[in-house]
Design a protein. Structure first.
Length: 533
């Protein structure tokens, strides 16, 4: 009987307050509107209306595609492999053939002091045209070279037997290091290093693309979360306004003290402030999201409102941490970079070890010579020169072709520093650097295993938090519905309703954050298996 008294007394009290007003001809206030709970689920929200700005709907994949095409950081990262290509070409140029051509003219007049000098004053004109080609070879440190030299000499020396004379020579030579420099040298090490650096730039580009993709994904869900938060705060404000309207009518009916209106007005003001804060955060979040997808300040997207239309899928998923660690240790970009840096250290150690060995170079050459020109013969010193045979430049070339005057040359050149050997010190330093890289790689692998494990555990933990927040939100909805039912029949207070409303708002926001956290945890678990950071 006690429990039913408030319900029975309410109509009586209402009649008691309204009956005098009816007798005096005053207008009777209407019945207070019922305060109802507005249903809500993720996906109901839209971005706030903004006059003058078009709304563009984006899925997550569309946002990622825009970022991969326009993002300035990715555009900059794409230049690195191209730049490294030129560095690699420069390293290859060390093994390109080098062509050298020299030409000269010399006219010399000499005063003679002996009858055997060919005259009291002789003039000699010398013209030469020499060509050489040098080709380092990228194996065993050898170097091939060839030269073709040509000289024309014209003189008034009476003893000259060919005038003008033409001399030509063709020389082929090859130099091969037998000890130091045979297995590797600075040029070959530099070329291999630049090839590894080229691979590293590809890995860095891959990591940059993956990281920007991850940032876009996080920003997308954060923007969706912020829009949903605005909707939650809007519905909270609508409920507060309903409560204020209900209280005002009850005060007019005389069934509620006016102080209850003040409390409801405070709740409305608080809800308005929370809605304003959510809209301000939405503007900042949208701007940060756009920053990832545009290629400059003039991009049309900067003047549009983004509506993320894709909803997160948060079904429970089992993760295999051990398998994920194996994948990460094999494929993660930072691990791949560290291993390639170790390969560079191995190259440096090899070249410094090579420099410790003595220098022993084998040189082999083969040359051919030929001369040409008008051939003269003088029977005695005082006689006139007689032309024996006409000739020219082609005579020397014919002699080379016919192998008339070959010359072979083979030599060995040995050198070794006495005393302190700088190569030994450099080799020890390179060995310590390689050891340091090994330790860094082990440390990196440990960090990767830890990060993947944490990411895997986060997937399970965030799902449990999601389930707990969902149950909390459902309980808060049932609690507020019950409180509103009691309030509408007059057996609950304004304070209790406001408390239940605030609890539901907090529960909805907590569930929304838990949804986004779980979706991000799943994506983070996949990301840490591929890229570092």
């Amino acid at each position: 009987m006690t429990k039913r008294m408030p319900t029975i007394l309410t109509p009586a009290l209402t009649l008691a307050f309204t009956f005098p007003a009816f007798l005096f001809g005053q207008q009777v206030p209407a019945e207070p509107p019922e305060v109802q709970l507005e249903a809500y689920q993720v996906g109901d929200a839209r971005p706030p209306a903004d006059l003058g700005r078009a709304v563009i709907e984006l899925t997550l994949q569309q946002a990622i595609d825009r970022a991969l095409e326009n993002n300035l950081d990715i555009q900059s990262a794409r230049l690195l492999p191209l730049m490294q290509n030129y560095t690699l070409d420069a390293a290859r140029a060390a093994f390109s053939p080098n062509l050298s051509i020299t030409s000269g003219y010399n006219n010399q007049t000499a005063l003679q002091t002996s009858q055997l000098d060919g005259g009291s004053q002789t003039s000699t004109t010398r013209t030469n045209m020499n060509t050489s080609l040098t080709q380092p070879v990228p194996w065993y440190g050898g170097q091939f070279s060839t030269s073709f030299n040509n000289t024309r000499i014209a003189t008034d020396n009476v003893f000259a037997t060919r005038n003008p004379s033409y001399s030509s020579s063709l020389t082929l030579s090859y130099q091969q290091p037998l000890l130091s420099g045979r297995r590797t040298d600075n040029q070959r090490t530099q070329l291999e290093t630049e090839q590894i650096q080229r691979d590293i730039t590809d890995i860095q580009l891959e990591a940059q693309i993956a990281n920007i993709t991850d940032q876009v994904r996080v920003a997308y869900w954060n923007l969706l979360s912020q829009i949903e938060q605005i909707e939650i705060q809007r519905r909270s404000l609508a409920q507060a306004q309903q409560l204020l309207e209900n209280n005002q009518v009850r005060v007019d009916l005389g069934t509620l003290a006016e102080i209850e209106v003040f409390q409801a007005e405070a709740q409305v003001a608080s809800a308005e402030q929370a809605l304003l804060d959510a809209e301000i955060q939405w503007q900042s979040q949208e701007l940060a999201f756009k920053r990832l997808m545009v290629g400059g300040a003039a991009d049309p997207l900067m003047n549009q409102t983004i509506h993320p239309v894709e909803l997160p899928e948060f079904a429970q998923r089992e993760v295999d941490i051990d398998a994920a660690i194996e994948v990460a240790l094999r494929e993660r970009t930072d691990i791949q970079q560290q291993r390639r840096q170790r390969a560079v250290s191995q190259l440096n150690l090899a070249v410094t070890e090579e420099s410790r060995r003595p220098n022993l170079n084998l040189t082999a050459s083969y040359s051919l010579q030929g001369v040409g020109g008008d051939l003269f013969f003088r029977p005695d010193l005082a006689g006139d020169a007689e032309l024996v045979q006409r000739g020219g430049y082609v005579d020397g070339l014919r002699a080379i072709y016919d192998l008339e005057a070959p010359t072979w040359n083979i030599g060995l050149n040995f050198s070794y520093p006495i005393g302190t050997n700088a190569g030994k010190a450099n080799a020890e330093r390179a060995r310590l650097q390689l050891r340091q890289n090994d330790l860094a790689l082990q440390s990196q692998e440990l960090a990767v295993a830890t990060q993947v494990t944490n990411a895997g555990m986060a997937v399970g933990n965030t799902f449990l938090q999601l389930e707990a927040s969902r149950r909390s939100r459902e309980a808060a909805e049932r609690s507020l519905e019950a409180e509103l039912t009691r309030f509408n029949v007059g057996v609950s207070t304004n304070f209790q309703v406001v408390t239940a409303q605030n609890f539901l708002t907090s529960a909805r926001l907590a569930e929304l954050r838990a949804i986004i956290a779980y979706v991000n945890a799943l994506e983070e678990f996949e990301r840490v298996q591929r890229v570092g950071g």
